[in-house]
Design a protein around this ligand. Structure first.
Ligand code: LLP
Length: 398
């Protein structure tokens, strides 16, 4: 059941809002850090999943670093207490201003995605009189079992450098005096539930790392990216993802050289299950064809995943008591003027009424952070289980 519980007589605040269970977040962080520590692995939290200050505070307190994909994320990480020495900066299109900013802040490393980018970083670092650490993001050509929009490590994807390309440029790289290539970075995709994909990645990393070593490049760090998936169908069955199995898979399959450290950039698996989107039923209707619709006050502006990736999130009616009969197949739709603004199509759902409160589960990752103002809607606030509220000032006074 939803972690947001309705008590008799309780007045539910203005909807929609995001709800976050801080206790579950802390337990998730505890499990992730304990399992990583078994092998001396380090985690940089992928801020793109959720950058709400309260969440960042908990993550930073748990000792994780930050994985950023824009200068704005780097700035946000620093503002929220992450030490620059624990920040990595990735992304296929870093602007000169973003690069300069990150160099000035003295971040731990850049994950570089092209030879041109290496040249730009080398030049900008030279101008600032600094030497910067760089990990090369190598495209390992691994095809994970996930949605094609969120798989990133195949040869045809826009991400990363192929090592054939590096071979040709190696002499040039050695001449770039303001950058120090100290590691490799990989990320094959997101929402990966089959651990064999990670075993396959580790196998490819072994080959690629051996190739670099044979060319005289000393690799102090190997960064395996993120991608561990969560159970969207049964968030209560597996509230904390299988970090033990995930890290064990790398431990069993990666071949390390002495002193080499392994880094991860987990996003979804850290924050997804802690979050829910709480929404109210505005209307119910049945079409001439007999299809039932429940129209909610949250839409694709608060959670775009179903519209963008056909993602399925579990939805519960928190008001409907057990005795409410099932309505039969029903679709849950938002208020936005787009036919794709549908959270779920033809699901079994209890009979619902105007005013009922629903929870859309597992929205802690890629929920609020991907929100938009389409139809001029304000940002929905976030409410935390410890009573903290964030972003309420965004609410329009209507
Ligand atoms: N590192 C890199 C280089 C990435 O591109 C990503 C995610 C991560 C780490 C974190 O991956 P995670 O552990 O969260 O799977 N908006 C999509 C997901 C996009 C993921 C983009 N990259 C969704 O809602 O499913």
């Amino acid at each position: 059941m939803s972690r947001y519980t309705l008590q008799p007589g309780m007045i539910v605040p203005q909807t929609p809002f995001y709800y976050c269970d801080i206790d579950l977040l802390q337990r998730t962080l505890q499990t992730a850090t304990t399992e990583a520590a078994r092998y001396g692995y380090q985690i940089h939290y992928a801020m793109k999943a959720n950058a709400e200050p309260h969440i960042l505070y908990e993550i930073q307190q748990a000792g994780l670093g930050a994985d950023c994909v824009s200068g704005y994320e780097v700035e946000c990480a620093i503002e929220n207490g992450f030490h620059p020495s624990k920040i990595v900066f990735a992304g296929v299109g870093k602007s000169d201003r973003e690069i300069e900013y990150a160099i000035r802040q003295g971040i731990f490393a850049f994950n570089c995605e092209s030879l041109q980018e290496l040249e730009v970083i080398n030049e900008l670092a030279g101008r600032l009189g600094k030497q910067v650490n760089v990990a090369l993001r190598i495209n390992p050509d691994v095809r994970p079992h996930t949605h094609h929009y969120i798989s990133t490590g195949q040869s045809e994807s826009k991400f990363g450098i192929s090592y054939a390309e590096i071979d040709a440029a190696l002499a040039e790289l050695h001449a770039m005096k303001n950058i120090r290539i100290f590691g490799l970075h990989f990320h094959i995709g997101s929402q990966i539930r089959e651990l064999e994909s990670f075993a396959e990645l580790a196998g490819k990393v072994n080959e690629i790392a051996a190739w670099f070593t044979s060319k005289g490049v000393e690799l102090r760090h190997l960064n395996m990216g993120g991608g561990l998936g969560i159970d969207y169908n049964d968030p209560d069955g597996e509230p904390i993802p299988d970090f033990a199995g995930y890290f064990r898979t790398f431990h069993e399959n990666l071949r390390l050289t002495p002193g080499q450290t392994v880094h991860f950039e987990l996003g979804r698996s850290i924050v997804a299950q802690c979050g829910e989107l709480i929404t109210r039923v505005l209307y119910t209707k049945t079409t001439a064809g007999g299809a039932h619709f429940v129209i909610t006050d949250a839409g694709m502006t608060e959670l775009i995943r179903p519209a963008l990736y056909s993602a399925r999130h579990k939805i519960e009616n928190l008001t409907a008591a057990a005795e409410r009969r099932p309505i039969g197949l029903c679709s849950i739709a938002g208020p936005i003027c787009e036919s794709s603004d549908i959270f779920a199509r033809d699901i079994e759902f209890p009979e619902s009424h105007r005013g009922d409160i629903l929870s859309i589960r597992s929205t802690g990752a890629y929920g609020s952070i991907m929100a938009s103002h389409y139809n001029m809607r304000p940002t929905a606030p976030s409410r935390f289980s410890d009573g903290t509220i964030w972003g309420q000032s965004n609410l329009a006074e209507l």
